[in-house]
Design a protein around this ligand. Structure first.
Ligand SMILES: Nc1ncnc2c1ncn2[C@@H]1O[C@H](COP(=O)(O)OP(=O)(O)OP(=O)(O)O)[C@@H](O)[C@H]1O
Length: 239
């Protein structure tokens, strides 16, 4: 049984079809990567899954239940968490307070449960020492860590990561990948949009290549990266 499915999802902005009849299943605990050139429709796909956008056609299923009409809050409460391409913390709140907001309002935790979960996530994401720092002043790696931590605080069963490795140094990337691997090892399913391919392929076991809103290819990372079509379109290498 799939934990999450997209079934024939399409979305247009005016005349531009950004998602064109996209279907795929995500197995429980699977780590799936999504690649494609700029503007291929990757972030739009996430917005369709989280409910920030509604598809013009097609369905989004969670645990084989149709959630297409549900709000982002409802989907978050059902176990879909996300990190945004551009980190979106509450800058005036501390790192810890940011997690608390996510745990209470996204994760539905109350009483002592929320602080306990937040302390655990601070540790898992390497943010413990920064708990009392205002989010607004953090450098990029720690903003990315916080973005991941905020998504985790909503207690997702499926976590969507949107270009979380972008802009990091190689050493910072290794650090973040280790955290993502640990999250995956605990059983959380992952869909990860990423241009930093070595980071992505060190975690995911399947890749979907998107182009002009359509699924160009799906397969193991080796199969997809070896495809002349993918190389030509995504990497700009002539077949
Ligand atoms: N709300 C919107 N209104 C109009 N056009 C939009 C909107 N959101 C996205 N688009 C357009 O849809 C196309 C796909 O955008 P999307 O952000 O999904 O691509 P992407 O594959 O995530 O790109 P990138 O790798 O650059 O982040 C782009 O041409 C973008 O300008």
């Amino acid at each position: 049984m799939a934990i999450l499915s997209l079934q024939g999802a399409s979305k247009s902005f005016g005349a531009l079809k950004v998602t064109d009849d996209v279907s795929f299943d995500l197995a429980p605990g699977e780590a799936l990567g999504i690649i494609g050139p700029n503007g291929a429709g990757k972030s739009t796909l996430f917005n369709l899954i989280t409910g920030n956008l509604r598809p013009d056609a097609g369905r989004v299923m969670l645990d084989e239940r149709d959630i297409t009409a549900e709000t982002p809050m409802q989907r978050c409460a059902s176990g879909i968490g996300r990190s945004f391409q551009i980190p979106q913390p509450f800058d005036h709140l501390t790192v810890y307070e940011n997690l608390l907001v996510a745990a209470r309002f996204g994760g539905g935790l109350s009483g002592a449960a929320a602080p306990a979960v937040c302390m655990d996530i601070l540790q898992r994401t390497g943010l413990s020492a920064l708990a009392d720092r205002k989010a607004g002043g953090l450098p990029l790696l720690n903003r990315k860590r916080l973005e991941l931590a905020r998504a985790l605080a909503t207690r997702p069963r499926v976590i969507l990561l949107d270009e979380i490795a972008g802009g990091l140094t190689d050493a910072e990337c290794v650090d973040l990948v280790a955290t993502i691997r640990a999250i995956h090892a605990e059983g959380t399913a992952i869909i990860w949009i990423e241009h930093v391919l070595h980071a992505l392929t060190s975690v995911v076991t399947r890749l979907i290549a998107l182009n002009f809103g359509r699924v160009l290819m799906s397969g193991t990372p080796e199969e997809v990266m070896a495809s002349p079509q993918v190389q030509e379109i995504y990497l700009g290498i002539e077949a």
